[in-house]
Write a protein that binds this ligand. Structure first.
Ligand SMILES: Nc1ncnc2c1ncn2[C@@H]1O[C@H](COP(=O)(O)OP(=O)(O)OP(=O)(O)O)[C@@H](O)[C@H]1O
Length: 255
């Protein structure tokens, strides 16, 4: 896995990224690089700055300083929509699926949303979605049996699967998953790890995860944040073996 880091092109290059909220520096001069096809986890205790970092990469929040490059292109000033077109997708800690629609229609909206001129779900009769595409997406995230189920009738884990399917509707270049295992059962966590392992290898994945075991199983390389800083980086084995980092991650060190 590490070979991918050394030989492939750079998917994401973050340079001196900083975000202040008044006197608070939520992300403080973070510089990191992620190779194309890499699976990276961003770990850190509550308030470390992980979500703020994601918000800046996705364009949901402007940085106070610094630059973000996606495959060499400076995207720091791009709107979130333009970043989607450039290949960035993200999920949020809170589910954004449409509860009153079926799994199939949620996937259809995601497919249309990324390609169609506007959202035309109600025109489905004259504008049939590509069933093969929705079915393939559902299969990829383990929801084939739930295609006709309303999203609000899905379990929490299935809703996260649906979110992942929606994020994959048009294969992103960079996929940002914000705590994908939050609230999942042990069995659902195992299937999440398997789903992540099955993602196309050319997709670059960064995930924020509170479950250290999941993060360490699912990624090639780990960046640890603490109080807005990038504290350490290493392979899962290196991070697991570092007691100081483990203590900080588990919140045993003071802020
Ligand atoms: N919009 C905001 N306004 C003011 N402060 C904010 C805002 N967003 C985040 N913060 C603060 O910035 C710091 C970093 O928050 P952030 O949510 O990025 O951390 P995190 O590592 O994602 O934490 P968690 O694991 O709890 O989600 C925290 O102190 C938080 O209170």
């Amino acid at each position: 896995m590490q070979a991918a880091r050394q030989t492939t092109e750079e998917a994401l290059a973050i340079e001196g990224l900083t975000r202040r909220f008044g006197a608070l520096v939520a992300v403080d001069d973070v510089t990191l690089r992620v190779s194309a096809g890499e699976r990276r986890a961003v770990l850190g205790a509550n308030g470390a700055g992980k979500t703020t970092l994601f918000n800046m990469i996705a364009g949901d929040l402007p940085p106070s300083a610094g630059h973000i490059r996606l495959f060499g292109e400076d995207i720091t000033e791009l709107s979130p929509q333009k970043r989607v077109l450039a290949g960035v997708r993200r999920t949020y800690q809170k589910s954004l699926v449409f509860g009153g629609m079926t799994v199939r229609d949620n996937l259809y909206v995601a497919i249309r949303g990324a390609t169609g001129p506007r959202l035309t779900i109600w025109k489905r009769a004259e504008n049939q979605p590509d069933r093969a595409q929705t079915d393939a997406l559902a299969e990829r995230v383990g929801l084939t049996d739930r295609l006709d189920t309303m999203a609000n009738e899905l379990s929490h884990g299935e809703q996260r699967q649906l979110e992942l399917g929606m994020a994959l509707a048009h294969p992103p270049k960079l996929l940002l998953l914000d705590e994908p295992a939050a609230g999942l059962s042990t069995r659902e966590r195992e299937s999440l790890v398997a789903m992540l392992a099955d993602l196309p290898r050319d997709l670059t994945l960064i995930l924020i995860e509170h479950d250290l075991d999941i993060a360490l199983k699912a990624v090639d390389y780990v960046s640890v944040m603490h109080n807005g800083h990038l504290l350490a980086e290493g392979t899962p084995a290196e991070i697991s073996a570092n007691q100081d980092i483990q203590d900080i991650y588990m919140g045993r060190h003071g802020k």
